[in-house]
Design a protein around this ligand. Structure first.
Ligand code: ADP
Ligand code: MG
Length: 397
């Protein structure tokens, strides 16, 4: 069942409650440090305006936990949006209530307003039906473009769809289409790369990747737990002892399913997570007792890059080393370049790995960089995301 999209809606003269993801990084002065997320929502907002709709925007920012936090007001976001859209953005100082209602009531086709940070309201994260109804009363239609929150069932991205016809915006649609393509009809061979720090968070994804990938390349902190399961000594490296059994089970399952699950054969080690800590490369059977494995080594990079070059599809979550420190960023950067050069359809998802690919300077050569962190992971785990489920075309009109 496909989702409805804004192209399926009759928008002229309608008020559209539009959930976007303006959860942007901020400077110390509270201005917008990076406007990527705002720019990502512009195609949808512009389309709604061109079609003669009035646009009521809603977003969260940070984690205010149901109360007003002055530093998390959306004023700076409204200013940035106004600059990028070149249309006046009317800003309410409350989530819902008389001021918001009055602004929404007067809103004309071609005009834009922005509610206050929806997570200031205690009902937002509880998916309170009263709040969802209050959102719905402002508008005629609901459009969701906030893929990054799709794994959460909150009032502004799920609850409101109970009371209004719902459809996906362009960004949401693009995410769903690209991610769906990696789960179904992916061009073979499918190479999945999984890194990052927490094994426990990645087990679900790896399990699902066992069903769809031909090759799985592991790296980063979580690969240490797999190396441990194979009997290697990891020194002072990050290892999740309680996940060692799970790692062993996954390796057995991969063997049974004929999936080529690869572990690093060499790693960059150091005594501290620091550029000056004397990083050196060792084989995985020679990790010194007082050191930590912090990156994949050059032999591993070369073996992984060969497999990536032959891929039809590459899917990647989690960096392969501590990329924030240059001495341990080399493996991730080399693999990012290999993915960029490959002819494969490539989809990269996860806050840190996307930052690493940007650091490598190859972001524009990736087929799709997902805007979701947790949402992308849950999608790849094979779960139905509540924020997508409410957009499904029920065929009632
Ligand atoms: P993503 O955001 O892409 O899903 P994660 O949040 O799972 O990725 O993991 C990112 C973190 O993993 C980074 O902060 C990185 O420093 C850390 N990391 C990667 N490799 C290692 C390692 N070998 N040891 C410790 N931490 C690591
Ligand atoms: Mg992360």
């Amino acid at each position: 069942m496909a989702v409805k999209t804004i192209k399926d809606l009759d928008l002229a003269g309608k008020k559209v409650f539009t959930r976007v993801d303006f959860n942007v990084p901020r400077t110390e002065q509270g201005t917008v440090a990076d406007d990527t997320k705002i720019r990502a929502a512009l195609p949808t907002i512009n389309y709604l305006l061109e079609q003669g709709a009035a646009v009521i925007l809603a977003s969260h920012l940070g984690r205010p936990k149901g109360k007003c936090v002055e530093e998390l007001r959306l004023g700076a976001v409204a200013e940035k949006l106004q600059e990028l859209l070149n249309v006046e953005v009317l800003k309410s100082f409350e989530v819902v209530g008389p001021e918001t209602e009055a602004l929404a009531q007067k809103l004309q086709p071609g005009q834009v307003m922005l509610l206050e940070n929806v997570r200031f309201h205690p009902g937002e994260e509880k998916n309170d039906p009263q709040l969802a109804q209050a959102y719905a009363q402002l508008a005629d239609l609901f459009v969701s473009d906030a893929f990054a929150t799709a794994h959460r069932a909150h009032a502004s991205n799920v609850g409101v769809a109970e009371y209004l016809p719902a459809a996906a915006g362009f960004l949401m649609q693009k995410e769903i289409e690209n991610l769906t393509q990696t789960l179904h009809n992916a061009k073979k061979p499918v190479v999945a790369i999984v890194g990052g720090s927490k094994t426990a968070d990645k087990i679900g994804v790896i399990k699902n990747f066992l069903k769809l990938a031909d090759v799985i390349l592991l790296g980063g902190g979580m690969a240490n737990t797999f190396l441990k399961a194979k009997g290697y000594q990891l020194g002072k490296s990050l290892v999740e002892e309680d996940q060692v059994d799970n790692a062993a089970k996954i390796m057995q399952e991969a063997a049974d399913l004929n999936v080529n699950l690869c572990l690093p054969e060499d790693v960059t080690v150091a005594s501290a997570i620091d550029d000056t800590a004397g990083a050196e490369t060792v084989a995985v059977d020679a990790i010194p007792a007082e050191k930590m494995a912090l990156d994949i080594g050059p032999q591993t990079v070369s073996r992984y890059a060969d497999l990536i070059a032959q891929a039809g599809t590459v899917i990647w979550n989690g960096p392969l080393g501590v990329f924030e420190v240059d001495a341990f960023a080399q493996g991730t950067i080399a693999i990012a370049k290999a993915v960029a050069e490959a002819s494969a359809f490539s989809l990269i998802g996860g806050g840190d790995v996307v930052a690493a690919v940007e650091k490598a300077g190859v972001a524009s050569q990736i087929s799709h960089l997902s805007t979701g962190g947790g949402a992308t992971l849950e999608f790849w785990e094979g779960k139905e995301l509540p924020g997508i489920a409410v957009l499904k075309d029920k065929g009632e009109d």
